[in-house]
Design a protein around this ligand. Structure first.
Ligand code: DAT
Ligand code: MG
Length: 149
């Protein structure tokens, strides 16, 4: 089963959208296996966004993600990576489809509310960067058999 790391970014936290965003992933059927409310350090942010180092938006991206507290979640499910990204919508909010998180709540690429892993490998790496194995909960949900084939 795939794992994805979701971050509810500082703009979404400040705007009171934590519950709204969690609800969308929860209703989608993804199973929460880890969740915490943190203030990211610059060091952690730089490690998380290492792949973007050197790009013109890198500095503002790091400053944005550490500008206030965030919620980090590890989610598990069938095709979790693709499913979560479809629920999030396109990176540039103004181009994101209505019905997606970014399409319903955002306008700007640099205030795009949510992060989600982009590959199976990055899902594993990113979950491991933010969670100790002991912080992840392996559980079977009573509704799993109605959600997973
Ligand atoms: P995503 O968050 O959809 O996976 P990404 O991994 O390509 O997008 O980029 C990470 C973040 O960096 C993205 O959420 C917003 C910011 N970003 C990406 N491309 C940008 C650009 N051209 N200008 C400004 N910010 C950008
Ligand atoms: Mg990305």
């Amino acid at each position: 089963m795939e794992r994805t790391l979701i971050i509810i970014k500082p703009d979404a936290v400040q705007r009171g959208l934590i519950g709204e965003i969690i609800a969308r992933f929860e209703r989608r059927g993804l199973r929460i296996i880890g969740m915490k409310f943190i203030q990211m350090s610059r060091d952690l942010a730089e490690r998380h966004y290492a792949i973007h180092r050197g790009k013109p938006f890198y500095e503002s991206l790091v400053n944005y993600i550490i500008s206030g507290p965030v919620v980090v979640m590890a989610l598990e499910g069938t095709d979790a990576i693709q499913a979560a990204r479809t629920t999030m919508g396109a990176t540039k909010c103004s181009e994101a489809a209505a019905g997606t998180i970014r399409g319903d709540f955002g306008l700007e690429i640099g205030r795009n509310l949510v992060h989600g892993s982009d590959s199976v490998e990055n899902g594993q790496t990113e979950v491991a960067l933010f969670f100790e194995e002991s912080e992840l909960v392996g559980w079977s949900r009573d509704t799993d058999r109605w959600i997973f084939e």
